[in-house]
Write a protein that binds this ligand. Structure first.
Ligand SMILES: NC(=O)c1ccc[n+]([C@@H]2O[C@H](COP(=O)([O-])OP(=O)(O)OC[C@H]3O[C@@H](n4cnc5c(N)ncnc54)[C@H](O)[C@@H]3O)[C@@H](O)[C@H]2O)c1
Ligand SMILES: [Zn+2]
Length: 350
C-alpha cells in the first residue's frame, strides 16, 4: 500500500520506505552528499531499518543528538552544523531527518540555515510527526524556555512516512500523536471522526488508513495557507489552552506529553466555543476514551491564563483562540476572557 500527497513544492509519500525508491530519487536530484540527523533513540531503533529499506550505504554520515524536547535548543544546532562541516557538505547536499518532531524541527532548521540552506527530507518516526510536524514547513527551536521561539518556514524536498516506525513507539507517545489525529478529524474529516468514534483503543489500529486521512487534512490546510495568514490557525484547536497546560506541567514532577495537554485543551475550548450540548459531549466522550482527565485545580486558572497570554498568535493583549466552526475547514476565531477560561476549566471538573 502506498499513497502520494502532491503539494505544490514537494510530495508526501505514505507507505513502506522500500516502495519509494529513495535511492533513485536521490540520484535523480543530483545531490552531492547525504547526511542523516537522528536522536539517540531513533539512531538505535529506526536507523538500521532505514538503511535496509532505502539501500543507502551504512557509511552515510549520521549526526546523533540527545533525545528529548530539552535538546531542541541552539547548542544542539551547533553540534549538527559542526557535523555538517565535518562531513564536508556543500550547498547541493541533502539532509535526512530521521526522528520525531524534535528532529524534524531542529534538523530542518539546521539544514535551512546551513550555508543559507540545503535541501532536507523529513522521515518522521512518531505518530505526532507523521501526522503533523513533518508536513507544512515550520522549523525551529526553543529559546529561553519559550517553545519554537526561533525558526523559519522552509518546505522539505520530500516527506517519507513509513508506519513501520510506530512499532517501537511507546503507548504514551502513540497516544500523544493520536490527539492530533483526533484534531484533524474534527477539523476536516467526518469519516475519520466516525471511525475514531468506533475505536475503543489503539491496538490493532489501521495506521495506514488513519494516517492517510489525517495527513490529508494537514496537507489541505497548509496548502491553502502556507504562511499562517488565516486558515492555518484552525490547526491550533486545543492548543491555546493546551499549550498553557503543557507549559504549566513542564516543570512539575509529572510532565504531560504534548498530546495529553492538547486533548485537555480541545475539551476546554469546545466548552467555550460550542457551550454545553451534543458537540461538546461527543468531543469529550471520544477524547476521554483515550485520555483520562488531568487534574488542574481551579486555583491554577490564573497561572494557566498567564501562560495563555504569552501565545504567539495573540494580537494586542487579547487572547485569541482558533477552533473549527460549523462546517469542515471552517475557522472560528474567538477572543477569550479570563472568566470564560476559568469557567471552562471548572466545568471540566478541575
Ligand atoms: N513543525 C511543526 O509544524 C510541528 C507541529 C507539531 C509539533 N511540532 C514539534 O514536534 C515536537 C514533538 O514531536 P514528538 O512528539 O515526535 O517528539 P520527539 O521527537 O521528542 O519524540 C518523542 C520521543 O520518541 C522517541 N522516538 C521517536 N521515534 C521513535 C520510534 N519510532 N520508536 C521509539 N521511540 C521513538 C524520541 O527519541 C523521543 O524520545 C515538539 O518539539 C513540537 O514543537 C512541530
Ligand atoms: Zn500539536
Amino acid at each position: 500500500m502506498r499513497h502520494t500527497f502532491r503539494l505544490p513544492e514537494y510530495n508526501v509519500e505514505l507507505g513502506p520506505l522500500s516502495a519509494f525508491d529513495t535511492k533513485a530519487w536521490i540520484a535523480a536530484a543530483g545531490y552531492s552528499k547525504v547526511l542523516i540527523v537522528a536522536d539517540t533513540h531513533t539512531a538505535a531503533l529506526c536507523l538500521p531499518y532505514f538503511f535496509e529499506k532505502t539501500g543507502l550505504p551504512e557509511s552515510t554520515p549520521v549526526v546523533v543528538i540527545s533525545a528529548g524536547e530539552q535538546h531542541k535548543i541552539l547548542s544542539t544546532c551547533e553540534q549538527v552544523w559542526q557535523g555538517m562541516f565535518d562531513a564536508r557538505l556543500d550547498r547541493k547536499a541533502l539532509v535526512i531527518n530521521l526522528g520525531g518532531g524534535v528532529i524534524g524541527d531542529l534538523g530542518g532548521f539546521c539544514a535551512a540555515t546551513f550555508k543559507r540552506g540545503v535541501d532536507f527530507v523529513q522521515v518522521p518516526t512518531t505518530l505526532l510527526s507523521m501526522t503533523d510536524a513533518a508536513v507544512g514547513g515550520k522549523l525551529g527551536i526553543d529559546f529561553n524556555t519559550i517553545k519554537n521561539a526561533v525558526g523559519v518556514f522552509q518546505n522539505p524536498a520530500a516527506v517519507w512516512v513509513d508506519p513501520h516506525f510506530l512499532q517501537t513507539l511507546s503507548y504514551r507517545e502513540l497516544r500523544s500523536g493520536f490527539a492530533e489525529v483526533i484534531k484533524h478529524a474534527l477539523i476536516g474529516d467526518t469519516d475519520l471522526w466516525r471511525s475514531i468514534e468506533g475505536m475503543t483503543n489503539l491496538e490493532g489500529a489501521d495506521w495506514f488508513a488513519i494516517l492517510k486521512a489525517s495527513i490529508a487534512v494537514k496537507v489541505r490546510v497548509v496548502t491553502e495557507d502556507p504562511l499562517e495568514k488565516g486558515l492555518r490557525a484552525i490547526l491550533n484547536y486545543g492548543h491555546t489552552i493546551g499549550h498553557a497546560i503543557e507549559s504549566y506541567y513542564l516543570h512539575s514532577a509529572t510532565p504531560l506529553t504534548h498530546g495529553e495537554a492538547i486533548a485537555e485543551g480541545m475539551i476546554a475550548e469546545s466548552h467555550i466555543a460550542y457551550g454545553p450540548g451534543i458537540r461538546t459531549d461527543a468531543v469529550t466522550t471520544v477524547i476521554r476514551r483515550f485520555f483520562p482527565p488531568v487534574h488542574i485545580p481551579a486555583y491554577l486558572a490564573p497561572d494557566v491564563w498567564q501562560l495563555m497570554q504569552q501565545d504567539k498568535k495573540n494580537a494586542n493583549s487579547a487572547v485569541r483562540m482558533g477552533v473549527p466552526g460549523d462546517g469542515m475547514y471552517d475557522l472560528l476565531t474567538l477572543n477569550l476572557s479570563f472568566e470564560e477560561t476559568e469557567a471552562a476549566l471548572l466545568v471540566m471538573g478541575f
